[in-house]
Design a protein around this ligand. Structure first.
Ligand code: ATP
Length: 425
């Protein structure tokens, strides 16, 4: 491909096909959003967002069959998502125009051109497009000075009413500022502060605002995002009972270190780091406040579980601080907790002994498995699910404590335990 925009090799044939198909329909297609910004910054991004100045759903149907992709269509919104065999995903949408009848109202959406579509976006750096020609050549469409802002490391909104139209952009401005080490430029900063002091964020559905906040927690440096938001007086939406101070920010940072530690130690395990960070932020929030928080933002089950479990840190710390503790005691004390909760525990200040025990559980004890199972016990004549459960639990404890080395040992011990426990009633 010629031109200064070098798409990832994987994306090239897809983009070319999109260009050809769009040209056949005599309407232009554009790459938009984050991928354009990231291409210019030299950051790898495989999220293909396409705006088409024609019927995007019909275009997507043809493309899906050409590219052998599965398709999810939202007819009502004129959008479609293609999932390609190699795992790539392409979102297509018909170019649209949004007008806000009055600030804060829901936008009225109509068909538009690429300029209209870019004008409804959040920040200049996110409001550039690349027109795709049939050969896959890309030409920049930069109506609002996004390229210059990227060059000058500036975060800027597109127009004065932007934060009023959609206050979640407050969080987006901070997030992209922190992600790239940019600076929110003066006028945008003034409007952002005004939006916050007028509590514009309260006009947004709490769930939606929280969703955008949650993205901050998933950024590479979440504490920087929160610190900046706090500095701008932007944490008020969390509620009066949630105080973000140096202690929370410190805990947030060590939470992230726990996440790094775990990712290195157990790379195959999928975790949600944002859960660890949310616990760090809310740890000192009182019970009733926390309940209100969960309700207000309609938090998901994993969030709720973690926020309940984090309360038990004191108890866990006490039981892990005792001197005479076997590995199986550590196992039993920790086995019920989600990994994210354990990583939050690990982020807390505690003695070396507690930390070592947490680490041992996280990286080793949790993965100990017996070689025998219920079927083996049945073959030994052991019956009754309760009885079998009890015996398997005891065997696991012994194995964790290093008292059973081989399968043979486990079978022998199972027989002995069965005699000790006696027959099932
Ligand atoms: P990321 O790298 O975090 O995925 P992104 O720019 O792709 O960054 P998304 O949240 O996926 O972020 O949004 C995709 C695009 O949609 C943005 O680049 C932006 O142009 C537009 N957009 C998203 N949210 C808003 C909003 N609240 N107001 C206006 N435009 C938005």
């Amino acid at each position: 491909m010629r031109g200064p925009f070098h798409l990832d090799k994987e994306l090239l044939p897809i983009v070319r096909t999109i260009g050809e198909e769009a040209a056949g329909r005599s309407a232009p297609a554009y790459l938009v959003g984050g991928i354009v910004r990231d291409l210019m910054l030299g950051i790898r991004n495989l999220d293909l967002d396409i705006v088409f100045e024609g019927d995007a759903v019909s275009l997507a149907r043809t493309l899906a069959s050409k590219l052998n992709a599965s398709l999810v269509v939202h007819e009502k919104f004129g959008t479609a998502t293609m999932n390609l065999e190699n795992g790539l995903r392409v979102d297509l949408v018909t170019a649209r125009k949004e007008t806000y009848p009055h600030p804060g109202a829901l936008p009225v959406v109509s068909r538009g051109n690429i300029r209209d579509d870019l004008f409804r976006r959040d920040l200049t750096v996110n409001a550039m497009a690349l027109a795709i020609d049939p050969k896959g050549l890309l030409t920049l469409v930069d109506e609002f000075g996004g390229r210059e802002d990227l060059r000058r490391k500036r975060i800027r909104i597109l127009h004065e009413l932007s934060f009023q139209d959609d206050p979640t952009r407050i969080l987006r401005a901070v997030r992209f500022e922190q992600r790239f080490g940019f600076r929110i430029e003066a006028k945008t900063l003034r409007l952002l502060k005004a939006a916050l002091s007028n509590r514009l964020e309260e006009r947004v559905k709490p769930e939606r605002y929280f969703h955008e906040f949650h993205k901050m927690l998933r950024e590479p440096k979440p504490w920087k995002n929160i610190q900046r938001l706090k500095e701008l007086n932007g944490c008020g939406f969390l509620g009066k009972g949630v105080r973000i101070s140096a202690a929370e920010l410190g805990l947030l940072r060590s939470g992230q270190q726990s996440v790094f530690f775990y990712r290195r130690a157990v790379p195959h395990d999928e975790i949600e780091p944002a859960l660890v960070e949310l616990m760090a932020l809310l740890y000192r929030t009182r019970e009733g406040e926390l309940d209100r928080f969960i309700k207000k933002f309609n938090l998901s089950k994993p969030h709720q579980v973690c926020l309940r479990q984090m309360r038990r840190w004191d108890m866990v710390r006490r039981s892990l601080s005792r001197k005479a503790v076997d590995p199986s005691d550590v196992y039993r004390a920790l086995v019920e907790f989600r990994t994210e909760t354990l990583l939050f525990f690990r982020a807390q200040k505690s003695g070396g002994l507690v930390r070592r025990r947490l680490d041992e559980f996280l990286t080793k004890l949790r993965f100990v498995q017996l070689s025998v199972d219920g079927e083996d016990l049945k073959r030994l004549g052991i019956e009754g699910s309760q009885r079998m459960g009890k015996i398997l639990d005891s065997l696991l404890d012994m194995k964790i404590d290093g008292r059973l080395a081989t399968r043979e040992d486990e079978l022998n011990m199972a027989g002995r335990l069965a005699k000790e426990i006696g027959p099932s009633r």
